[in-house]
Design a protein around this ligand. Structure first.
Ligand code: DX5
Ligand code: ZN
Length: 221
């Protein structure tokens, strides 16, 4: 029996964009819970991916919720565009936000889930005065910008630390982990307290996506 509170979120950054529709329908059929969309601007991170038009087109072909991870400067200028494109979750980074509380409130005012993202070297202590306002915290387990990187091991400790804060404050905030996640480490991440697992290359890079997703779901159930 799968644990309904734990979500597998394939990142389409690792999909073949020439056949994006087939790729998404394939992971949907294979048991994905949420589609993760990585938005990169070539400024906050050293890579460019795609924008709201693609998210809107993806929304037309799948019933799965869309999780939009903004790795862009001035995210406040684009929140409404991504909301209109069908985002169900929008997360923004702590590191490039002077007015984090304002951006989080803007996302919440649209009636969708708001999240804050921390880079690997950013401490969870920076969340002290924002955590009560967010629906989820996304912990990066690689440096943002590219799929297919190696998992940074001290993220495990960070998940436990964050879980402790959430429990101590009696919050409903969920923990998402992103980067280098696959069947070999997902159980450890889940046991430490993570609820949402972003998987790019481990899912899209596999010949048998349903088997990889089944394996991961089995080890976190
Ligand atoms: C990295 C992105 C991730 C990435 C995950 O900046 O935020 O979502 O696509 O890819 P894998 O699972 O291959 O590390
Ligand atoms: Zn991401």
């Amino acid at each position: 029996m799968n644990n309904p509170d734990k979500k597998i979120c394939p990142s389409i950054l690792s999909a073949d964009f020439a056949i994006l529709k087939e790729e998404i329908l394939d992971v949907e059929k294979s048991g994905a819970d949420i589609i993760h969309c990585d938005i990169m601007d070539g400024s906050f991170v050293p890579n460019i991916s795609f924008g709201a038009k693609i998210v809107s087109d993806v929304n037309k072909i799948t019933d799965l919720p869309l999780d939009v991870h903004l790795m862009i400067n001035n995210p406040e200028n684009y929140i409404e565009d991504f909301f209109k494109s069908g985002a169900d979750f929008i997360s923004v980074h702590y590191e490039n936000n002077f007015h984090l509380n304002r951006v989080i409130n803007l996302i919440k005012s649209l009636g969708i889930k708001s999240g804050v993202v921390l880079n690997p070297s950013t401490s969870v202590t920076v969340l002290d005065y924002i955590i009560e306002y967010v629906d989820f915290v996304l912990l990066m387990s690689v440096n943002p910008g590219f799929g297919g990187q190696k998992f940074i091991p001290n993220t495990l400790e960070k998940i436990s630390e964050l879980k402790e804060i959430i429990d101590r404050k009696n919050l409903k905030c969920r923990i998402e982990v992103d980067g280098g996640v696959g069947p070999e480490n997902i159980k450890l991440l889940s046991d430490a307290g993570a609820d949402m697992f972003v998987c790019g290359s481990s899912v899209f890079g596999s010949e048998n996506r349903s088997e990889v997703i089944r394996l991961m779901k089995e080890s976190i159930s």
